[in-house]
Design a protein around this ligand. Structure first.
Ligand SMILES: CCC(=O)N1CCc2c(cnn2-c2cccc(F)c2)C1
Length: 199
């Protein structure tokens, strides 16, 4: 059996999609949650100097979406055909583009607050409407069964709701999808047992 070690901070952030895929697949892994204080000493030891990384029998994969895509393909939730996989990637990239717009590491509190409020008030509604239009009356974002695009929607929307709870007042089909993902037994069990962090 392959040995898996995930290294990321003690937060959901960019690591949580990987944890969802391990939970869904039932594969055991080491969830190595590093302390911020240790990061300056760890950063130089990591290729490209960013986390998350996944070590697979010592081989290091970096970039959260590349790691997630690998695990999704290995566990049958990447899309059933090349066309479906392209649609899954397009939705994941669309959500990730928006999440990447937030200045997560901004040190100036006022600058950070203004940027977050602008994104949540003026950009999020359009994205959510586009996602709801794409979902339509389907049970899942792509195809006839769950994919990691659905997982990513749940992961990222959890953080968005923590930042602006009234986002749930519009686009009801998206929130039905969120509950459908969180009702998957393996996902429900992970959410119940995971460390509680704000982001
Ligand atoms: C200092 C770093 C920090 O606070 N965070 C890292 C990035 C992040 C957080 C929460 N969601 N999220 C994220 C998830 C997916 C895509 C993406 F671009 C960003 C919190």
């Amino acid at each position: 059996m392959l040995n898996y070690k995930l290294t990321y901070f003690n937060m959901r952030g960019r690591g949580e999609i990987i944890r969802y895929l391990f939970a869904y697949s039932g594969i055991k892994y080491e969830d190595n949650r590093i302390e911020w204080a240790d990061w300056p000493n760890i950063k130089p030891t990591i290729p490209f100097g960013k986390v998350p990384i996944l070590e697979i029998d010592g081989v290091i994969i970096h970039q959260s979406l590349a790691i997630a895509r690998y695990l999704a393909k290995e566990n049958g939730v990447a899309g059933k055909t090349p066309l479906e996989q392209a649609l899954v990637d397009a939705i994941v990239d669309t959500i990730d583009d928006f999440m990447s717009m937030f200045p997560w590491a901004e040190k100036d509190h006022d600058v950070k607050k203004r940027a977050f409020n602008d994104l949540l008030t003026n950009v999020a509604p359009g994205l959510l409407q586009d996602l709801e239009n794409f979902l339509g009356n389907k049970n899942w974002l792509v195809g006839e069964s769950v994919t990691w695009a659905d997982f990513y929607w749940d992961v990222c929307s959890t953080t968005l709701l923590s930042l602006k709870s009234d986002l749930e007042d519009s686009n009801p089909k998206l929130w039905v999808l969120k509950r459908r993902v969180q009702a998957l037994p393996a996902v429900a069990a992970w959410i119940q047992q995971r460390p509680k962090t704000s982001l």
